[in-house]
Design a binder for this molecule. Sequence first.
Ligand SMILES: Cc1cc2nc3c(=O)[nH]c(=O)nc-3n(C[C@H](O)[C@H](O)[C@H](O)COP(=O)(O)OP(=O)(O)OC[C@H]3O[C@@H](n4cnc5c(N)ncnc54)[C@H](O)[C@@H]3O)c2cc1C
Length: 287
Amino acid sequence: MIPSAFSYHRPSSVQEASRLLAQFGDDGRAIAGGHSLIPMMKLRLAEPGHLVDLAGIADLKGIRADGGDIVIGAMTTQHDVIGSDLLGAKIPLLRETSLQIADPQVRYMGTLGGNVANGDPGNDMPAVMLCLGATYQVTGKAGERRIAAREFYQGAYFTALEAGDVLTAVRIAVPPAGHGAAYEKLKRKIGDYATAAAAVILTMSGGKVASCSIGLTNVAETPLWAEEAAKILVGSTLDAATVKRAVAAAEAITAPASDARGPAHYRTKMAGVMLSRALAGAKANAR
Ligand SMILES: Cc1cc2nc3c(=O)[nH]c(=O)nc-3n(C[C@H](O)[C@H](O)[C@H](O)COP(=O)(O)OP(=O)(O)OC[C@H]3O[C@@H](n4cnc5c(N)ncnc54)[C@H](O)[C@@H]3O)c2cc1C
């Protein structure tokens, strides 16, 4: 439970952090809240020779409105997400999801940026970001670029980030007023990662679904955007027969591992159950 030796660096700007990470290449890692990386280092599943701590970079913190978008700095903690009045008013799904991550101790340290950059399919925020159509802002060797969350996840712990990249912020278009959303997560105990979870955002018009987006957590090597399932629901009243078809479409794209949380078939079925519940919850809070 003791990590291997490393050098510690504490840059005060994004550019300096990016330069250090580019210099160290595979031997360097950014560290944010440390609540995924440090356990991995203690287990010797990660042995970086250089840690580049992002905690000293003031520009990476905070939540602000920018036109029709909300921009959340990568070093904003999960606790800060829960306490944000702006997010509570505009994107309450983020608060609801953050409250289901781990426990208060972890949420005081763990950051939104670390949660989405980590690449662990068990992290809760990535599927929510696919659901919301978020964009990740990244500064790297070639300057700044934006990556759609839906194109970011390539495999377990493999993302579109390259050596020298610092995720600086998550940008989300404010969902329409009156939208409904929900995150439903099955876990074995408080503080556990999901056996399966589903995020839904939808709008209703005249009693029918006008738009819908669905994300699934921990039922494949990457978070999943269940595009076909959402399409099935558009135009429906969320009647039982249509929901059943959508759930089957969502289950069909899952490929979970059999592990301590249950056999693969069970986890696929739990993804379907979580989706049904999230749809009902989103409908109930849509106006
Ligand atoms: C007991 C326990 C229970 C947990 N349960 C859950 C849970 O139920 N759901 C859940 O989603 N998470 C859970 N977590 C993980 C927690 O949410 C982590 O805080 C989160 O996954 C990572 O955020 P961090 O800020 O701690 O990142 P770190 O651990 O510091 O970093 C994680 C990875 O992301 C990279 N990284 C971090 N920030 C950046 C950046 N700005 N730019 C580029 N790369 C970056 C790091 O290099 C590292 O590879 C749990 C953790 C613990 C210890």
